[in-house]
Design a protein around this ligand. Structure first.
Ligand SMILES: *[C@@H]1O[C@H](CO)[C@@H](O)[C@H](O)[C@H]1NC(C)=O
Ligand SMILES: *[C@@H]1O[C@H](CO)[C@@H](O)[C@H](O)[C@H]1NC(C)=O
Ligand SMILES: *[C@@H]1O[C@H](CO)[C@@H](O)[C@H](O)[C@H]1NC(C)=O
Length: 410
């Protein structure tokens, strides 16, 4: 055979031999978590490329029955292995399950697990705190504090409920815990035996918390932003709240809960989310129809409206903004919210994606329609579009807590 024909006999180059920076270029353009996972599963070289720092993909939408959607796809998928159904909450990349002796967290992306103490194991600050009672005019004993403190609600520990969990660092978890709308800030170290709480501080209608630029912030329904000062317990080294201080004076809308002439009432949810280096407060108004007297008494949610404010720490105020940026999508959830930059994905930004995820112990209205989904509020055009025709599930107590789950690159 003539030597010139020999190049034709060489094996074709292997796909795994593509240069790593080319593989990274491809990965960066994939907005869906499942596509990146499939890419990484091809060969060890591609898996190594997928482990490099990459812009985060879109979150998963998780349903309590163990079904996940990897946006922007509308086809459900399941993680291999266990089903992850029946979670109680979510915290970034962690699904939170309750166990008799505490909380059990699983990262379905990596399989990592973590445990948190039970809500029956709480260290009081000060340790010798007791409920303060005084006699009222009619001779009955009542709490002496003018406001509700942890000592008022701790007796009903079986009713305590975690409404928000934040992983501030590998050694610090903060939670909003309480009964109904009345909550307090608790803290613990993962794996520790107890939470810690300030016994005599006022419990508030906390709406959200965020860990922003190394500090923990909390906001109540008065829209005052508090910074939470954290210290260590001298004996155990466990984290605890040393004090809270107001850093922004809120401007809560004055007609909150008023019923207007057209029988419409305004309900409100507040979210904190970091976007492009700023701390944002999103005020979500849920306009509800109050029934005429006599007939059906159900208050029914109708339209949603959003207003976005940026924290101005220097002037101690919330500044209203009309845009969050063409590259930003805000995924809002009662349990976990996050902003995602989408400039490289060819997806329109300047939008808020939100769920009808009311707390099970704070249901103030019902909904029309049997099914629900997530919806998108387009800030520039101020209109809402719904994913109902593509992804939907039946409302119901067991399906109330649909959540966003954010894959963490590692
Ligand atoms: C927390 O409070 C202590 C005592 O008031 C103060 O020295 C410290 O600087 C505060 N830390 C933060 C992060 O604000
Ligand atoms: C969970 O709910 C979704 C939406 O209703 C449905 O498509 C899916 O089949 C359900 N999964 C299970 C395991 O029941
Ligand atoms: C609601 O969703 C279920 C699937 O979860 C579907 O079978 C049913 O037809 C939907 N109902 C309506 C009224 O769209």
């Amino acid at each position: 055979m003539a030597p010139e024909t020999q190049p034709h006999l060489q094996p074709p180059p292997s796909w795994s031999a593509i240069p790593q920076d080319l593989a990274v270029l491809v990965l960066r353009l994939l907005p869906a978590y499942v596509d990146r996972a499939r890419f990484a599963a091809v060969c060890p070289q591609w898996r190594a490329a997928a482990r490099l720092p990459l812009p985060p993909p879109q979150p998963l939408l998780a349903l309590p029955n163990g079904t996940f959607y990897s946006l922007p796809y509308t086809k459900p998928f399941r993680f291999p292995g266990c089903g992850f159904a029946g979670y109680q909450s979510v915290c970034g990349n962690w699904l939170v399950f309750s166990r008799d002796n505490g909380c059990f967290l699983v990262d379905p992306f990596s399989g990592a697990t973590m445990t948190l103490p039970a809500l029956s194991c709480i260290r009081l600050q000060p340790p010798n705190a007791v409920a303060k009672w005084s006699d009222s005019d009619d001779g009955r004993a009542r709490f002496a504090d003018p406001y509700i403190t942890w000592m008022h609600i701790s007796d009903e520990s079986h009713k305590l409920h975690i409404s928000k969990l934040i992983m501030c660092s590998p050694n610090l978890v903060a939670a909003l815990v309480g009964i109904g709308h009345t909550t307090q800030i608790l803290m613990c170290k993962p794996g520790a035996l107890s939470w810690s709480v300030r016994a005599y501080d006022e419990c508030k209608g906390f709406e959200d918390m965020a860990f922003y630029q190394g500090k923990l912030y909390a906001i109540a329904d008065d829209e005052n932003l508090l910074v939470v000062n954290i210290s260590e317990d001298h004996n155990t080294g466990d984290p605890q709240v040393s004090k809270t201080a107001q850093v922004i004076k809120g401007d809560r809308c004055p007609w909150y809960h008023a019923v207007f002439d057209d029988n419409m009432m305004h309900n409100q949810k507040i979210y904190l989310v970091e976007s492009r280096g700023a701390l944002l407060m999103v005020r979500r108004a849920i306009w509800c129809k109050v029934p005429e007297r006599g007939v059906d008494r159900e208050i029914v949610a109708r339209r949603n409206e959003f207003e976005v404010f940026k924290a101005d720490f220097e002037r101690s105020r919330w500044d209203k903004v009309t845009t969050v940026g063409d590259d930003q999508l805000l995924f809002l959830g009662r349990r976990c919210s996050m902003a995602l930059s989408v400039s490289q994905y060819d997806i329109p930004g300047d939008s808020i994606l939100f769920l009808d995820d009311d707390e099970e112990n704070r249901v103030e209205y019902s909904y029309e329609g049997e099914n629900t989904s997530f919806s998108t509020y387009h800030l520039r055009f101020r209109f809402i579009s719904s994913a109902l025709s593509k992804i939907s599930w039946k409302r119901g107590d067991d399906m109330r807590l649909a959540v966003w789950l954010f894959p963490q690159d590692r």
